[in-house]
Design a protein around this ligand. Structure first.
Ligand code: ADP
Length: 602
């Protein structure tokens, strides 16, 4: 069965298999990627907690510092009396700032003007600056501690501002502010395994382990938002630009897969490879900040893809094996069916051959019989002549007998009657021979005496032989020589061969027909030779063809040799025609000697 035929017959099966492979791949991909991402989320969650704790530590240690300033008497006096320059307090703030490791510590009066600052003696000192617009001042004015990330308006340094209101007799006297730098925290984050960042409530990245992400925005800002942020000067001169990290798929509110393209600044970093990252967000206290950890998801997804491909491959292999098995089974089935069909055709052929053989045999038998009858027709003229003589003799003898009886010569009459009897016997033998010849053969080979067959054949042709004045020579090696052939048929063959020989020899000045029979091993050879003109090549080639004759119409049917050949062949022998070296034609019969096998076996 061809492969194309198989694909045509099993189209739906193949489509089903393709679907199965695809579904397996999809299912394994989903399970494997889900598992991988779950593990990644767990690790990410753990990191998120660690980073939150470190950020909390970095800021929390300064949480009470602005509030403690309220307890200082001279601080209170300074902000309450609204002195223009608090040089003494500024010096104290400078020492405190140095010891605490903060960026700056300063005091604002209730109008938001700087009255004392730790950087009082530097050229970019805040002293006298109006910071009433700063959110941490606005929060403190409402008696609340202020928390604010921003970039300093003077030095352009980013920092976290912690503010606390300074109260005097229940009234706001001023505001104490501590600015904390988060550089050290950022530096420690620079070495962490996965990128981390902190975005403020505006969605602007204010802290990040990847330097290039700082002051980027998670979501793109429209013009109005951008202008509002620029006017607030919260981010100083920094340009806010959208980060290239579109959401590929959101897993839930706090986690999503992002397609991250790293900024140029992070290109040398080992963690800076672009790709898919699992982003996990966590709110950081009441600051409005969001801490985000980005775990690289590409290896997990790659592993899931490999597992899906392997599973699909395994299922595909199974399917291919199934297809091969089915093909083999179909092939075997086809082969079996073809063999059965062949056997059936063979049986049918055998049956037909048998039937045809039987029909042919019957036809041949009919032909043989017809040939025989034709021959009888030819012989009948001679026979009529043959019988005429005894009949004339009979009439004469009968007449004479009557006369002899009338004269009382009973002895002579008795002699005549005996001669009449002999003549009648002779006539009876002749007609009996003819009757026997005309009879249909039994079909079974039987056993024929060669001498007797020659004798009968010559007897039937006697008249013609005599008419032609032909000399007949019979050489029989052994009188008892017998062959395995139906006697009647052997006779028919001999009559045919002798009649042909007679026809051929008739032209010769002294026509001669010679019959020779001898035994060679298990074969008996009977040769019928004449001294005619022999067999010209074109005649010799077609001798045994049915209806081939060179004789005049009515003289021959051209069936004699064809029938003779059939008879001899059926008896297991051969018949050949050739030219004799001394001239004339010779026809040679080879037949198995009767009882030869039995003798040999015995
Ligand atoms: P028929 O005798 O009716 O022609 P046969 O089959 O007996 O048919 O012979 C076929 C032909 O073979 C003859 O017509 C003759 O030409 C040729 N033939 C047969 N026997 C001889 C022979 N002894 N000599 C020459 N020709 C022969």
């Amino acid at each position: 069965m061809s492969v194309i035929r198989f694909f045509r017959q099993n189209g739906w099966l193949l489509v089903g298999m393709a679907l199965l492979v695809a579904c397996t791949a999809l299912a394994v991909w989903q399970v494997a990627s889900q598992r991988g991402l779950d593990a990644l989320r767990q690790a990410g969650q753990h990191r998120l907690e660690l980073y939150a704790a470190s950020l909390d530590r970095a800021i929390g240690q300064y949480a009470y510092l602005p509030a403690t300033l309220e307890l200082e008497r001279d601080v209170l006096d300074l902000v309450a009396q609204e002195q223009p320059l608090g040089a003494g307090v500024s010096r104290r703030l400078e020492r405190l700032n140095l010891r605490a490791g903060t960026r700056s510590i300063y005091l604002l009066d209730r109008h938001g003007r700087v009255v004392a600052t730790s950087n009082w003696n530097r050229p970019d000192s805040y002293m006298g600056e109006d910071l009433s617009y700063r959110p941490y001042f606005l929060a403190a004015r409402q008696r609340k501690p202020g928390r604010f990330f921003g970039i300093g308006s003077t030095r352009g340094e980013s920092g976290y501002y912690l503010s606390s209101p300074i109260m005097s007799d229940g009234e706001l006297a001023g505001v104490a502010v501590v600015k904390v730098g988060l550089d050290r925290l950022e530096q420690s984050w620079a070495t962490v395994e996965v990128p981390v960042m902190v975005t403020d409530r505006n969605g602007v990245v204010i802290l990040s382990s990847v330097p290039g992400w700082k002051f980027g925005t998670r979501l793109p800002l429209d013009a109005a938002q951008y202008n509002a942020l620029r006017d607030s000067q919260q981010y100083g001169a920094e340009t806010l630009r959208p980060l290239r990290m579109p959401v590929q798929s959101a897993l839930d509110d706090a986690a999503a897969l992002l397609q991250v393209s790293m900024p140029q600044e992070g290109a040398g970093d080992i963690r800076s490879a672009d790709g898919v990252f699992l982003a996990q967000d966590a709110a950081f206290g009441d600051t409005g900040w969001t801490l985000t950890v980005l775990s690289p998801a590409a290896p997990v997804l790659f592993l899931a893809r490999v597992q899906a491909a392997l599973a699909a491959l395994a299922v595909a292999c199974l399917c291919i094996l199934l297809v091969i098995w089915r093909m083999r089974r179909r092939q075997l089935q086809d082969r079996l069916e073809a063999r059965e069909a062949l056997q059936r055709a063979h049986d049918e052929l055998e049956r037909k051959v048998e039937e045809r053989t039987r029909t042919l045999k019957e036809a041949q038998d009919e032909l043989v019989h017809a040939g025989k009858l034709a021959m009888i027709g030819q012989l009948s003229t001679g026979l009529a002549h043959e019988l005429n003589q005894p009949l004339t003799a009979l009439r004469t003898l009968a007449g004479n007998t009557v006369k002899f009886m009338a004269r009382g010569e009973l002895g002579t009459a008795q002699d005549n009657l005996e001669r009449i009897g002999t003549l009648v016997d002779g006539m009876g033998a002749l007609t009996g021979q003819l009757k026997q010849f005309a009879r249909k053969s039994s079909g079974t080979p039987g056993e024929a005496s060669v001498g007797r067959a020659i004798e009968h054949a010559l007897l039937l042709l006697d008249q013609r032989l005599r008419q032609a004045g032909a000399q007949v020579r019979v050489t029989l090696e052994d009188d008892a020589l017998a062959v395995r052939c139906d006697p009647n048929r052997l006779e028919q063959v001999l009559i045919n061969l002798v009649a042909n020989a007679l026809d051929a020899a008739a032209a010769a000045p002294a026509p001669m027909v010679a019959l020779n029979a001898c035994r060679r091993g298990r074969q008996c050879i009977i040769a019928v030779r004449d001294n005619g003109l022999g067999l010209p090549e074109p005649v010799r080639e077609r001798l045994f063809e049915p209806f081939f004759t060179t004789k005049d119409a009515g003289a021959g049917l051209g069936l004699g040799l064809a029938i003779s050949m059939g008879i001899i062949r059926d008896s297991g022998g051969t018949l050949e025609g050739a030219n004799h070296t001394d001239g004339g034609a010779v026809f040679t019969i080879h037949l198995p000697v009767a009882g030869a096998e039995t003798c040999i076996e015995a």
